[in-house]
Design a protein around this ligand. Structure first.
Ligand code: HEC
Length: 136
């Protein structure tokens, strides 16, 4: 009898712990706890901003697809595929381009037009896509 009660309590605690972890992982889209972002010394409004994939999709389709879409990727072997890369990594590259810590004339111009919150939206959107198979 007592054993059964202990087992029930344990089972409930386990379910609670698992749900809490999953819920946290799904809801925090700020990627502020990643090493890539920690080094950037962002204002707290940008650091804590929760990325929105649908806003990112709209921006990506307006401004990035011409070079980072499949059609261009299969022609230009040096253009990186952004799809499926880690959001924090992509975000850091954009901040670095804008600050001049990473140099590329095309990308510095592109990143210069984005706010840090827009960069998070786009980075999050691309991180959720599946990388293209460009082998054919
Ligand atoms: C005119 C073409 C062009 C456009 C438009 C463009 N990019 Fe790029 N992008 C490039 C090229 C070329 C590189 C590779 C630069 C290098 O070799 O360092 C690059 C690199 C990047 C990288 C680094 C990827 C990595 O793996 O390190 C990111 C992130 C990126 N672009 C994001 C974007 C986003 C977001 C947009 C839209 C706002 C965008 N780019 C629009 C040409 C473009």
């Amino acid at each position: 009898m007592r054993n059964r009660l202990i087992k029930q309590v344990l089972a409930i605690s386990l379910i609670w712990a698992t749900t809490a972890t999953v819920a946290h992982a799904e809801t925090d889209t700020s990627f502020k706890d990643t090493l890539a972002v920690q080094g950037l010394k962002l204002e707290s409004s940008a650091l804590n901003y929760q990325a929105d994939a649908s806003k990112g999709e709209t921006l990506a389709n307006q401004r990035c697809i011409a070079c980072h879409g499949d059609a261009m990727l299969s022609m230009m072997k040096t253009y990186p595929d952004l799809k499926g890369q880690k959001a924090a990594y992509l975000f850091k590259q954009l901040v670095d381009f804008k600050r001049g810590d990473r140099t590329d004339p095309l990308m510095q111009a592109q990143a210069g037009m984005l706010s840090e919150t827009e960069m998070k939206d786009i980075a999050y959107y691309y991180s959720r896509q599946t990388a293209s198979d460009l082998s054919q």
